[in-house]
Design a protein around this ligand. Structure first.
Ligand code: ADP
Length: 474
């Protein structure tokens, strides 16, 4: 089903969605085409004429109702997410809460879209600065956080007074449908949000980036696709927000508690099976505490239970598909060829019933060096790769020596060092002895090739607004 102008529409072409833990088909979705995107944009453009004139209080109220309904449906949404995307049920429950947090946050921010007046040099002149909704927004979302990445875009867009056409990832359109059902059920006016699931994203992406009625493109996904979309949209000077890949350093200094740091990295690294853009990619550990750190990390990895996220004791679910699993195999092989030591895991899990899904063992590699693909590339999977360092400035330089700049983590008990390092790190999100530096209230986004703009927080609303200056002669 596609959702256009307030209606669920079926199409002749559909595609199947499979559970990555079992290989079972769990549903089918409409396979939207470029012409459907053109139609949806037309409807969103029409709806913008009235939606942009609603009061901030009306828009806030819709978001608040969506927030309440999402929480009522929390458990069924989480079940669906586990079946479609694979993450353990408990993690899915956290994600639905995080998704709902954006609805509540922007229900509140909608009412705080302040302008300002500016003193003029002329006695007979007044300046008013106001913030206007940009217009129709085209959104493209990923599969790794298949509910919260939608509300992180929909909520601020709606709060600002924009209308939206959204293309979800081909692996997780059922979660997207469930989010749209919520807005349908609270009676959001027709055409304000529109959903275009497809198994062939490029033609719809092309329409989004080139259609004259789309004023803004917001994308979360890989840096390669983000650059492609930015190139398509550049001749039209469309506003862009991009949440792209990362290559997060996780630096453990010799004054950190090695067991505490190892526990932290084991929690954040294997979250969502490592399929997160803020997942630690390069774990730098000071030589003096490396043995203790690696030993604790290994113990924790060995205790992880891999399996179907529906089972309560499972801590690590499957990868999203076969390609992702094969990428892990080639990353491990490349690292071993270049001298890394495989301490745990390193292989696909094939005992029954795991052989039906895309399971890769939580993996620990040590002696990782700059030449290896696990160091250079975004891993996006359950591989912890450890690099030993000796010197503070050298490790900061190594951490920054990447085109990415999304998240970085630092473990130290020395306040002066924490500040010195925090000031030098070229990353948009920094956790100091903290593995979860994210919240709907805090600006999320990357420097360098990790993105453009920020989501969540006050900044998240600004991404959907244009500044209008008015001078008045009195
Ligand atoms: P990943 O490698 O994590 O799947 P992608 O960047 O490929 O990341 O996917 C993120 C989103 O981008 C998904 O919704 C996907 O369908 C979409 N996408 C991928 N290729 C294109 C494209 N050429 N045009 C538009 N959207 C695309």
């Amino acid at each position: 089903m596609m959702y256009i102008n307030g209606e669920w529409l079926s199409t002749s072409d559909t595609f199947d969605i499979t559970n990555p833990a079992t290989g079972e088909v769990i549903g089918a979705m409409a396979d939207a085409k470029a012409e459907d995107a053109v139609h949806a944009i037309k409807m969103a453009h029409q709806a913008f004429q009235s939606w942009s004139k609603t009061t901030a209080y009306e828009r806030s109220n819709y978001l608040y109702q969506a927030y309440q309904l999402m929480l009522e449906r929390k458990s069924e949404l989480a079940q669906l997410m586990t079946a479609e995307q694979g993450k353990p049920l408990k993690a899915a429950m956290f994600e639905v809460q995080y998704a709902a947090d954006f609805l509540l946050w922007f229900a509140e921010e909608a009412k705080r879209n302040y302008g300002e007046t500016i003193p003029s040099a002329r006695a007979d002149q007044r300046f008013i600065v106001s913030q206007m909704p940009i217009g129709v927004v085209a959104a493209i979302t990923p599969w790794n956080y298949p509910i919260s990445m939608l509300t992180r875009k929909l909520a601020p867009a709606l709060a600002a007074g924009c209308t939206v056409v959204l293309k979800p990832a081909e692996s997780t359109p059922l979660c997207a449908k469930a989010v749209f059902d919520i807005f349908h059920d609270i009676g959001l006016p027709q055409g304000v949000i529109n959903l275009l699931p497809t198994q062939n994203p490029a033609p719809i992406g092309d329409v989004f980036c080139t259609h004259p009625q789309v004023k803004k493109v917001t994308f979360t996904g890989s840096t390669a696709v983000g650059k492609h979309l930015a190139t398509l949209a550049a001749p039209f000077l469309k506003r862009m927000s991009m949440e792209l890949g990362g290559n997060a350093p996780f630096i453990v200094f010799e004054d950190a508690h090695p067991e505490h740091a190892a526990k932290g990295v084991s929690l954040v690294k294997f979250l969502n099976s490592g399929q997160a853009c803020i997942s630690p990619n390069r774990i730098f550990v000071h030589r003096n505490i490396a043995d203790q750190f690696i030993e604790t990390l290994q113990q924790r990895i060995n205790k992880m239970v891999v399996g179907n996220g529906q089972d309560a004791n499972v801590s690590v679910g499957p990868l999203i598909n076969r390609v992702a699993m094969e990428k892990m195999e080639s990353l491990v092989a490349d690292a071993q060829n270049l001298g890394a030591q495989l301490i745990s895991g390193g292989k696909r899990l094939t005992e029954q019933p795991l052989d039906k899904g895309f399971f890769f063992a939580p993996t620990l590699l040590t002696h990782v060096t700059h030449e290896m693909a696990v160091y250079q590339q975004e891993i996006f999977g359950p591989i912890a790769s450890v690099i030993i360092f000796d010197d503070e400035q050298a490790v900061v330089d190594a951490a920054n020596d990447t085109d990415y700049g999304l998240a970085a983590y630092v473990y130290t008990e020395n306040l002066a060092r924490a500040l010195r390092v925090q000031e030098q790190l070229q990353f948009g999100i920094i956790g100091i002895n903290d593995i979860n530096p994210t919240s709907a209230a805090a600006p999320f986004g990357g420097m360098k090739e990790s993105g453009l703009g920020r989501e969540g927080a006050r900044e998240g609303l600004a991404e959907y607004l244009e500044t209008k200056l008015t001078g008045i002669k009195v």
